[in-house]
Design a protein around this ligand. Structure first.
Ligand code: PLP
Length: 466
């Protein structure tokens, strides 16, 4: 695999969303940022791992999402793009997206707290967790946040809450259209036995859902999220079509437009094989418009919940090569990026291969013949490998390895194996002089914080109590 391909970017139009000529593409911006991070000392012997976020790229993806749906929806259709906070749960990122007109989809009290800290208003927030407690539901309704009920028991809880206090919250039910899974089982939410939503094809389930709406005039939304990475677009579109068909049936039987908004979930897959953004939001929106034309004719408001596709390609983990060695004839670069920042890749490498780019000690892209090597992490188990038998320029001591496309579900999803510290995360963008400027997104975790989070204040509790 090439260390760096540098082909194309989100919207290969040659222009930024506002019409100004585009700067360098994602790959070139990344190279400049890596160089600047080394030169400015963000990464080095004393801080050997860092996460970097490409602000220009994030903004371009947000604009591409808006443009894709604007192009297929009837004028005046309310569309809320709610970012799935679990993809990149970082307050400054949520705030940036908010400024780009993107709301928040949250699935836990923590994610809701992050969205609120970022200033995302309740009217632009959607709560989707499969295990909401009564207290969480009550808070959501008090705030006016949209809620999608996962199952009958949750709906019965909502019955009681809606009767006891008035709410502005739009409320819907999540259904599982059971259209089938994609290539990654753990991320396929529309299989026959998925844990999410009301399984529509189960006996009696569809009729139960219809009756639930007819009995509850306050149910005005319908929700489905059919999967994430690994789902073919056609299958995602089929799940949306099933959901739309159900909404039409409910509205017909209600004799009115009771369901006024369809929440079609997220799940656009990301290309982890090169710098090209594919599939694009535009392709997906066009496919949806061709498959489910009625969805866009203005009778329904829309909510989307994209996560990975907005952020993945705009993040990079940059880690110093502490040692370069060889074992059994295999070259091994021992770096500071492993399972703590790339848990999915390390535990399920076939499902989650990452590109790794090689940079030299000064942060310049490394040239040289490809050498088969392992790129290892710092954790104390043999499987802690970012890449195995990868052909790329030989990584040497003091070089840097960059794990690409890690802006979603990677460095923001720290895994505390070996008490490895959460790395600092910095956003980057152009400065006025044509260089690269960084802004702190999250400071690196300190050793004191690690001790405190590991019960440091209770050191005597086991020995002193019993
Ligand atoms: C995870 C999730 C999303 C986002 O999925 P992506 O693949 O990151 O776009 C959206 N909606 C729900 C309900 C989710 O669980």
């Amino acid at each position: 695999m090439a260390a760096y391909t540098g082909t194309g970017d989100a919207d290969a139009t040659g222009e930024e969303p506002d019409g100004t000529p585009k700067g360098p593409d994602g790959g070139l911006r990344r190279d400049e940022a890596v160089r600047a991070a080394v030169e400015q000392g963000l990464v080095g012997p004393l801080s050997p791992i860092v996460g970097l976020l490409d602000i220009t790229g994030i903004r371009a993806s947000a604009a591409a999402l808006h443009a894709a749906f604007d192009a297929v929806t009837a004028p005046g259709t309310p569309v809320l793009h709610a970012f799935a906070v679990k993809a990149t749960p970082l307050v400054p990122v949520l705030r940036l997206l908010r400024r780009e007109g993107i709301g928040a989809e949250v699935a836990s009290p923590g994610e809701l707290a992050l969205a609120r800290a970022a200033g995302v208003p309740p009217s632009r927030t959607v709560l989707d967790s499969p295990a909401k407690t009564p207290a969480e539901l009550r808070e959501a309704l008090a705030l006016g946040i949209a809620v999608n009920a996962d199952n009958p028991q949750e709906l019965y809880r909502l019955d009681a809450l809606v009767q006891s206090a008035s709410t502005r919250s739009p409320i819907g039910i999540r259904v599982n259209p059971q259209v089938g899974g994609g290539s990654i089982g753990a991320l396929s939410t529309a299989t026959a036995t998925s844990k999410f939503g009301v399984a529509l094809r189960d006996e009696g389930a569809r009729e139960w859902v219809v009756r639930a709406y007819l009995d509850r005039p306050w149910l005005t939304r319908l929700h489905a999220h059919s999967g994430s990475q690994g789902m073919p677009l056609e299958l995602m579109a089929r799940a949306v079509a099933e959901t739309y068909g159900l909404a039409e049936e409910i509205n017909e039987r209600a004799g009115r437009r009771q369901i006024d908004t369809l929440d079609i979930g997220g799940g656009l897959p990301v290309n982890f094989g090169s710098d090209t953004h594919t599939p694009t939001y535009e392709e997906y929106a066009r496919l949806l418009a061709a498959t489910v034309p009625g969805l866009f004719d203005g009778r329904y408001g829309l909510v989307t919940e994209f996560g990975r596709s907005l952020l993945a390609k705009h993040g990079v983990v940059l880690a110093r090569v502490e040692y370069a060695k060889s074992a059994g004839g295999r070259a091994i670069a021992v770096t500071h990026a492993g399972v703590q920042v790339a848990a999915r890749t390390v535990y399920a490498p076939r499902s989650w291969p990452l590109r790794v780019a090689a940079y030299d000690t000064k942060g310049r892209p490394k040239a040289g013949p490809d050498v088969v090597q392992d790129v290892a992490g710092p954790a104390c188990f043999a499987g802690d490998l970012l890449a195995e038998e990868r052909s790329m320029p030989l990584l040497e001591q003091g070089d840097y390895a960059a794990a690409l496309d890690t802006g979603a579900y990677y460095f923001a999803h720290h895994y505390a194996y070996n008490s490895l510290a959460r790395p600092g995360i910095y956003g980057f963008g152009p400065d006025k002089a044509g260089g690269v400027r960084f802004a702190v997104v999250r400071t690196p975790q300190t050793l004191d914080e690690i001790v405190a989070e590991s019960g440091g204040a209770h050191a005597e509790s086991l020995t002193g109590t019993f």
